[in-house]
Design a protein. Structure first.
Length: 543
């Protein structure tokens, strides 16, 4: 009899132990689902939970029945029903809110979960459907792939909310190999954008890449931009701080074709040139080159962005180019601009820091961050720019006299010296740093009367550093100012806006895969289980 009782007690303890093990695996399944949604370990843990809890119920069936019939069970049932009702009400309210008030509030410092103004403007202007097919595996055991899937779902849903023209479909490439082969998918995590027979793929989850892909499939003719070479200009192939590779890549992301042009070897500027960029030439232009530029601007209704840094000598090597700009209503002086009120730390007053959005021009109105113009020269609109020409300043220093000026004094070596503002000699405040020029001509139409036709456009800036690869200036509005200038020149105002910014990395350091797995196991599995087991031990001893 005693042995039977002991055997029964041992069986009961084994049953309770198996039940506790089942609950432990249940906790693992819950934590795994919350951390990585469904994965192989989730299904294993869930299966073991069902098995061990099932064995417990069979071995301790009497205790289970008594527990169900007890007053505590009835009380617990009432509490459970009440909790379900509260949760149900919350779900209904949430659904109604989602239907009628589909808004998100982004509290992050960088507005990580908000689409950029450029993306919103692009989506708003879509007049035809863009099909988006995202190839992501839902059964991957790689937590990085699961995170990438969630990021893609969140980002593409934001695109859908901003435009009904976005038609989204997620496909598992491992479940549907024929579809993956049709789209020539090589990597899990590839997103394909389609519009009127054109396709563009993005192999990472990134707003810049998604928006660039939509631009490429929805825009018609690809416009070609030439960077002039042969005079020591900044190079689009230069990755150093002084180079313009970042500017080139940013233009290419907007579906522009970028090439270099050695004008000295060409009879004229090519007919396929949509815009020409001259970035800080250091040696003189020949008569042939000046005439080619004059013909391009005048007869071909050309578009040009010209950036001229201060001359290193009293004799300006760009004098012929400056005289050409004078014909278009732009006055370029041989000076160095100082601004002692608004300047860029730690460089000092020779690097004016201009809040350009105050000038209410299409180029500047959406540039939210100030633009630095390091070691710039003054560029001003002429009082009488000429017939059919409109020239306005789009960047100026502070307007307090004596606090900003265009310095003309140099030492015996020809270097600029800061001897303060000299009235009558130096340019007085406010000093203009950039000018936008537009030529408008009236065109007669027999059916519509007189129409105003915009042909030539020019942007002239007394600096080129603001658009360089320099990482310090990359954190400002310089790149937006550069790209907006190009968009305005090409009459693509729909692209003028704040562009997607790459997310700021806040990591202390990048962990290896082994370290990531260790942290994952400790934080998600072992520590919660240890706390759970210690709690069970305390409960068991108090019984």
């Amino acid at each position: 009899m005693i042995e039977t009782v002991k055997s029964s007690m041992a069986t009961n303890k084994i049953g309770e132990l198996l039940g506790l093990i089942g609950l432990s695996f249940g906790l693992d399944a819950l934590v795994t689902y919350l951390a990585m949604r469904t994965s192989l370990y989730f299904w294993i843990a869930l299966g073991l939970t069902i098995v061990f809890v099932g064995i417990f119920c069979v071995m301790r069936i009497e205790r289970v029945i008594n527990a169900v019939r007890s007053r505590q069970a009835v009380y617990g049932m009432n509490v459970t029903i009440a909790a379900i009702l509260v949760i149900g009400i919350a779900v209904v309210v949430n659904v109604i809110t989602a239907i009628f008030f589909d808004k998100e509030v982004d509290w992050t410092a960088e507005k990580t979960f908000t689409l950029s103004e450029q993306t919103k403007k692009l989506l708003k202007n879509l007049d035809k459907e863009v099909k988006v097919t995202a190839f992501f595996s839902r059964d991957s055991t790689d937590y990085r792939a699961q995170n990438q899937l969630r990021e893609a779902e969140d980002l593409l849903e934001r695109y859908q909310r901003d435009s009904k023209k976005i038609k989204l479909e997620f496909i598992d490439p491992y479940v549907n190999p024929p579809k993956a082969q049709e789209y020539k998918i090589e990597f899990n995590g590839t997103t394909v954008f389609e519009h009127e027979g054109k396709r563009e793929s993005a192999t990472s989850v990134d707003e810049q890449k998604f928006t660039s892909a939509i631009m490429k499939v929805t825009r018609g003719e690809i416009k070609k931009i030439y960077f002039l070479t042969g005079h020591g200009e900044r190079s689009t192939d230069d990755y150093d701080k002084q180079g313009f590779n970042r500017a080139k890549e940013s233009l290419e992301k907007q579906n522009y074709q970028v090439e270099q042009l050695l004008l000295a070897t060409q009879p004229q500027i090519p007919d396929d040139c949509s815009a020409i960029i001259i970035a800080s030439p250091q040696s003189p232009f020949s008569e042939h080159e000046i005439n080619a530029l004059r013909e391009y601007l005048d007869k071909k209704r050309g578009k040009a962005l010209i950036m001229l840094d201060p001359s290193a000598s009293v004799s300006d090597p760009n004098q012929k180019l400056i005289e050409l700009l004078d014909e278009w209503g732009v006055e370029v002086k041989n000076d160095l601009v100082f601004d002692s009120e608004r300047f860029t730390y730690p460089f000092g007053k020779s690097v004016p820091y201009v809040d350009v959005k105050q000038f209410y021009h299409p180029i500047t109105r959406d540039v939210q961050l100030p633009v630095p113009f390091p070691w710039a020269r003054s560029v001003s609109p002429k009082e009488k720019p000429g017939p059919d020409l409109t020239a306005i300043s789009i960047a100026r220093t502070t307007d307090r006299e004596g606090f900003s000026w265009g310095e003309t004094s140099r030492n015996e070596r020809g270097e600029f010296i800061d001897d303060g503002y000299t009235k009558g000699k130096d340019s007085s405040a406010p000093v203009s740093l950039a000018v936008a020029v537009q030529r408008e001509r009236e065109k007669t139409s027999s059916t519509e009367g007189e129409l105003t036709q915009i042909d030539t456009r020019l942007v002239v800036v007394g600096d080129s550093d603001f658009a360089s690869n320099n990482e310090y200036f990359a954190m400002t509005g310089g790149l937006d100012f550069f790209l907006n200038s190009v968009n305005w020149l090409l009459m693509e105002e729909d692209l003028i806006s704040i562009r997607p910014k790459p997310p700021e990395q806040r990591n202390l350091r990048i962990m290896s895969d082994r370290e990531v797995r260790t942290v994952l196991l400790l934080s998600i599995f072992f520590i919660p289980r240890l706390v759970f087991i210690l709690g069970l031990i305390v409960w068991w001893r108090r019984r």
